[in-house]
Design a protein around this ligand. Structure first.
Ligand code: GLC
Length: 745
């Protein structure tokens, strides 16, 4: 019998309870448990159930979006669309193994699961989630490794006219089989907890991703300057090395905004300390960097060195803030500094303490915090993480073993860092970079994909990794450009930089003992091309900032698989080496050495080659030349793209903005402008300008209209592409609102 309860329904059989709760008309949660109580706290979720319009009979529930049938004896569920077509149905439920088997019927592809190495389409594969220090445990990234640094137990089933998403809200180690074991069966299970999952239904994949981000949150709006180029290395190990890079960038006129200090800036690898011998007069160094318009990001790992008089260790120990072993003693593992303890971020007072520890660094002018090794990595164990029977305490003083908390440890650290910095500096947006993450981490931090290697394979497979991360709600992402492990080389760095232009996090980083890979390291030929591409990134910063804003509003990914906009076109379902950067820019990176040509799939419509401005018909494969200085990029006809003038660092305001109109179809674009730094935009301090292209029989009308004017609006230069004979035209305008009429025949 289905019984209505608050915001949902309830059912039971002989040994099992099933709660059904609604979060939106098309989002429903199913929780199977052995007790009647419903678990209510989830670190991933930001929503609570709501009341929606629904009807029920003995074994069906109908909402405005779907119909749910539940088998009385087994509590197996089938979900149908409004017409009664089956969208998803359960084959078996094994609650003692926290396992559910669903039928695969119409799905042409499965996507999501965050940071995974391999092809974008997960159909026919299996994987598992357990945040892992991949280098420590396995070595170089490859497709045989299933568990990477992050866990996002969310997947999408896709076809032309159907789509759904499933978020398995379980923090234990989870397993997913997308038809590998049996072609027509999808299984997910967990090593603990309950079968507790959310089903998001919509025909359109875009809406399904929005639904997932509605549940787990969207990325915070980043600072605009952190969308510039980042230069890092393990390590710039003293002041002179760091200042050399800072000055060289400016001397070579290679734009750069953010520099990094890796673990060697600390005194004996003690977090929240600075080695004053290697970095004497740190404050003065900060002033010099600021004068040159750099932002400094420093690494802070969770492991705290055991040393009696070290303030962080002492404070944490006195207040019992560290994770304990199964016998109740503080657990001691090993990280960079040798014997180390780990903060128990599960508790709010521990997170608060951790957050407050950042004050001195923030006061020094440090603007970015890089949280690494937060799976957490532990060199002393075979598993390369802390033992699963170590003990956390939650805010109610209930004990939780590490197997339940492990996958959210990185999320909790990001939360602590984010909230701490927000309290210290309430008016400035922060930059936090994390390696380990869980569903919901996008609310706090950017993510990089850990210790890749300077190999063409690792470059190639970073693309499907970004695509599935995007589908899983993560937009502020990137990899170590040039590769971290092993020696990079000029060609690889050049191709990787070309790709990096189109990843929201654009950071070059490399390992100790490898050759240096700053842009100038492989000679003039490569340096010049790399510079040209970093400049292109700076031209695109307003476009990217607008994408990040859109993503923070709705969860729309910035890096999108082609099927995100062309769901009807099955050709797009298995494209691993191209992506859309926003709706309008199609990026086709070069992913192998000495490549003179590559094949490109252009979806339907017309596309402009970004370089030649020539128009090309879509819905076909083309072959294009790829000399070293060219990454094929296509702009969809009808696009309106803002471009900045190149400068050496990202400015708060630009005097002139170039707006490019690619004629072909009617379209509009809303440009968003704010200070790129504070939270004032939340109080309405921003501007919005609408640009429009209207095609008429023999003329085209181009217009702008100010929709909101609360932030200085620059002058616009208008560039129009696709006029008669493939010509482009340029107008310098002194007006915010304009209307241009051009004859097209
Ligand atoms: C880890 C990080 C890497 C960093 C190194 C030293 O391997 O993933 O980026 O440089 O630790 O801190």
């Amino acid at each position: 019998m289905i019984t209505p309860i608050n915001n949902g329904y309830f059912m039971k059989n002989d040994d099992l309870f099933l709660h059904i709760n609604f979060y939106k008309d098309n989002i429903v949660r199913f929780t199977y448990s052995k007790t009647i109580d419903l678990r209510n706290s989830s670190y991933a979720l930001i929503r609570s159930p709501v009341k929606i319009d629904s009807k029920h009979t003995n074994n069906t529930i109908t909402t405005n979006s779907f119909k749910i049938k539940i088998h009385k004896k087994t509590l197996k569920v089938s979900i149908c669309d409004k017409l009664g077509n089956i969208i998803s149905s359960d084959k078996d439920i094994y609650t003692n193994q926290n396992k559910i088997i669903k039928s695969i019927s119409w799905e042409k592809g499965f996507y999501g699961m965050g940071e995974k190495y391999g092809h974008i389409n997960l159909k026919g594969t299996k994987t598992s989630n357990w945040n892992t220090d991949v280098l420590g445990k396995y070595g170089i990234h490859n497709s045989a490794i299933k568990e990477y640094h992050t866990s996002i137990p969310f997947y999408i089933g896709l076809d032309k006219d159907k789509c759904y998403g499933v978020y398995f809200d379980n923090t234990y180690k989870t397993f997913f089989d997308f038809g590998k074991n049996k072609e027509d069966e999808l299984t997910f299970s967990a090593e603990g907890g309950d079968i507790d999952y959310y089903f998001i239904y919509d025909n359109n994949i875009q809406k399904v991703i929005e639904g997932y981000c509605f549940l787990t949150g969207t990325n915070t709006l980043p600072r605009k300057d952190f969308l510039g180029y980042h230069q890092s290395r393990y390590s710039y190990s003293n002041k002179d090395e760091l200042m050399y890079v800072a000055k060289k960038m400016r001397k070579e006129k290679i734009p750069c905004d953010v520099l990094y200090l890796d673990i060697d800036y600390m005194k004996d690898y003690k977090v929240f300390t600075i080695d004053s011998e290697k970095f004497c007069e740190f404050r003065d160094m900060m002033i010099s960097l600021k004068k040159m318009n750099y932002k400094l990001t420093v690494i802070i790992d969770p492991g705290i060195k055991v040393e009696e008089n070290y303030h962080v260790y002492k404070q944490g120990k006195e207040q019992e803030f560290f994770i304990k072993d199964s016998l109740g003693e503080v657990y001691i593992g090993k990280v960079w500094g040798g014997d180390s303890v780990f903060p128990d971020f599960l508790r709010e007072n521990v997170r608060k303490w951790w957050g407050e520890l950042h004050k001195e660094f923030i006061d020094l002018g440090i603007e970015g915090i890089w949280n690494d090794m937060n799976e957490p990595a532990d060199f002393s164990t075979k598993s390369k993480t802390i033992p699963i029977d170590t003990v956390h305490l939650d805010d109610k003083d209930d004990k939780k073993t590490h197997d339940e908390i492990h996958n959210i440890y990185g999320l909790l650290q990001s939360m602590a860092t984010y909230e701490g910095i927000r309290n210290i500096n309430p008016d400035k947006r922060s930059f936090i970079l994390t390696r380990a993450a869980f569903a919901g981490s996008q609310r706090y931090s950017a993510l990089w994909t850990g210790d890749n290697a300077s190999t063409w394979e690792n470059l190639q497979y970073s693309i499907p990794m970004y695509l599935n991360l995007g589908i899983s709600g993560y937009s502020f992402i990137g990899s170590d450009v040039g590769g971290f492990l092993e020696d990079s080389n000029g060609e690889l760095l050049t191709r990787w930089t070309q790709l990096g232009v189109f990843t929201p996090l654009f950071r070059n980083h490399s390992d100790k003992g490898t050759v240096n890979q700053e842009p100038w390291c492989f000679g003039e030929k490569y340096k010049n091309i790399i510079k040209k591409y970093i400049e292109l990134r700076y031209k695109l910063v307003t476009y990217i900032y607008n994408l990040m804003k859109e993503s923070s509003n709705t969860g729309k990914p910035v890096i999108r698989p082609l099927f995100y906009h062309y769901q009807n076109d099955e050709n797009t379902y298995n494209i691993n080496d191209q992506f859309l950067f926003g709706e309008n820019i199609l990026v086709c990176p070069v992913i192998s050495p000495k490549t003179k040509k590559r094949m490109v799939y252009l979806p339907k419509g017309e596309w402009y080659c970004f370089w030649t401005k020539r128009k090309i018909k879509g819905k076909r494969y083309i072959t294009v030349d790829t000399p070293l200085d060219i990454i094929p990029i296509y702009i969809k006809s009808g696009s309106i793209i803002p471009m900045n003038r190149v400068c050496q660092y990202i400015k708060k305001d630009y005097q002139i903005l170039d707006i490019h109109f690619y004629l072909g179809t009617n379209n509009s674009y809303n440009l968003y402008l704010d200070d790129g730094l504070s939270f004032k935009y939340k109080k309405g301090i921003y501007s919005q300008i609408e640009f429009k292209i209207r095609q008429e029989k023999d003329r085209v009308i181009i217009k702008s209209k100010v929709l909101k004017n609360k932030y200085p609006i620059p002058k616009f230069n208008v560039h129009i592409h696709g006029l008669r004979n493939n010509k482009s035209s340029k107008f310098s305008l002194d007006k915010k609102e304009f209307s241009i009429i051009l004859k097209t025949r």
